[in-house]
Structures are given as structure tokens and as C-alpha cells.
Design a protein around this ligand. Structure first.
Ligand code: ADP
Ligand code: MG
Length: 224
């Protein structure tokens, strides 16, 4: 349902944010714990309190990490046609609501992609949701894919309101939104995920004609 779609976008966001925050807290935490241990010999009573507090933060961070981890490290061979189909199915209520029709034109004989399928589905969800929401008067969205050297390019074209050149340069910045109920985080998450896969996300647009989002993903991830 519509509610499930919105919830899924929010959940992924929480996972992404949690991963970032947990990572940022963990390093200073580890270093602090080391120094507190060193101090303990001199001021045992204060240090016990400090240690307890640190353990508590450590517990919270570990909880955060488990929340975020499966999204970060679970890579496998995945067929993009199947990922696309599952997201398109999931978005059916949204598509229906906006009077939009989705046309699939996926190349069938392409290799699988080594990726985190949940994250790639999240990218497709965010991009498609934007495409749907850009077409207040209904219309068509075309999803196609093609091979390009060692990558697969997934292309999402809409017939929506388009994006001005000025705004195009701000896309992917957090909290940039033109929607009343938007959060301006969808594209930022997309960019992060795609870059994490060693890929590229690019957007072209023409006012009142539509927008094309191209997601380029290498078949095999080149380890950084
Ligand atoms: P949100 O959807 O919450 O606004 P996003 O990061 O997904 O946040 O998108 C940011 C902004 O980029 C949108 O508010 C919209 O102005 C613009 N945008 C993104 N995709 C499209 C699209 N396909 N057509 C027109 N505008 C778009
Ligand atoms: Mg969005």
C-alpha cells in the first residue's frame, strides 16, 4: 500500500543515517575507553562512573550497528530485471494513484550484477517514486537497460515537470526538496549507494518534457 511505500523509504533512510552516525561515534569511543583505562590507576572512583557511561554509549552504538549492517555488507550476484520487477510491483499503488503507466524495456541477456540487492532496490524505489511524483497529470515512465563496457546502465525516463538547470546542480544535496511532503534525502541516499557500488548516477532534464535518470553499475565491484 501507499503507506508501506513511504515507510520503506523512511526505514532505509534510518539505516543509512544509523550507519553513518555509528561509524562516527565508534572511533572516538574506542580511543576514549583506552585512555580511561590508563587513568583508572590514579582516580578510580571517578573513572568507574566514566567507564559505566562509556559502556552505555558502546551498547547503543552496537545496537545501531546491527540495525545498519545488513544494508551495508550483503553483496551477491543479482539479476537487475528481477530487482526492477519487484520494485515496480511494490510501487503499483503509487503508480495507480498518479495515473502513471510503467513500460519495461530491459535487456534480457545481461550478466548478473554483484551488488547489495536491497540497496539497489532502494535506489530504484527512490528514483521511480520521484518519477511518478513528477507526473501530476499522469503519463508514461520507461525503464530500460543496456550493457556499456563492464557496466549495466539502467535508465528511468519520465514525462514529468522536469528540473531547472539551477536545481539540477543542487540535486543529491541533503534536504533539497520542492515537495510539500518531501524530505530531500532520496537522491542523496541513491548517490551514496551507487557510489558505494563503484557506479555512477546521472540526471538529465528538460522543463515540462521530463527527466532521465541513468544508473550505471559495474558488473563486478572494483574494490577500493
Ligand atoms: P524528495 O523526493 O523528498 O523531494 P529527493 O531527494 O528524492 O527528495 O528529490 C529532491 C528533489 O529533486 C525533488 O523535490 C524534486 O524537486 C527533484 N526531482 C527529483 N527527481 C525528479 C524527477 N524525476 N522529476 C522532477 N523533479 C525531480
Ligand atoms: Mg524522492
Amino acid at each position: 500500500s501507499e503507506e508501506a511505500i513511504i515507510r520503506s523509504e523512511k526505514l532505509s533512510l534510518i539505516g543509512q543515517l544509523a550507519a553513518g552516525i555509528a561509524h562516527d561515534i565508534r572511533n572516538p569511543l574506542t580511543s576514549l575507553k583506552g585512555f580511561v583505562h590508563l587513568l583508572k590507576a590514579k582516580k578510580a572512583d571517578y573513572v568507574d562512573v566514566m567507564m559505566e557511561e562509556l559502556e552505555h554509549i558502546n551498547y547503543v552504538v552496537n545496537e545501531f550497528m546491527t540495525l545498519a549492517k545488513p544494508h551495508l555488507h550483503f553483496y551477491m550476484e543479482s539479476k537487475t530485471q528481477e530487482l526492477v520487477q519487484s520494485v515496480v510491483g511494490f510501487l503499483q499503488p503509487h503508480t495507480h494513484l498518479y495515473n502513471v503507466q510503467i513500460q519495461l524495456n530491459m535487456q534480457q541477456d545481461v550478466p548478473a550484477i554483484y551488488c547489495n540487492p536491497d540497496q539497489i532496490k532502494q535506489v530504484l524505489l527512490n528514483v521511480l517514486k520521484n518519477a511518478i511524483e513528477s507526473m501530476t497529470g499522469g503519463g508514461f515512465i520507461r525503464i530500460s537497460s543496456r550493457k556499456l563496457n563492464h557496466s549495466l546502465v539502467i535508465c528511468v525516463e519520465d514525462q514529468g515537470v522536469g528540473i531547472t538547470e539551477e536545481r539540477l546542480s543542487q540535486l543529491g544535496e541533503p534536504f533539497f526538496t520542492t515537495k510539500v511532503n518531501g524530505n530531500g534525502l532520496g537522491l542523496m541516499v541513491c548517490k551514496r549507494i551507487i557510489e558505494g557500488h563503484g557506479g555512477k548516477l546521472s540526471i538529465r532534464s528538460q522543463i515540462n518534457l521530463g527527466t532521465t535518470v541513468e544508473i550505471e553499475l559495474p558488473f563486478k565491484k572494483i574494490m577500493a
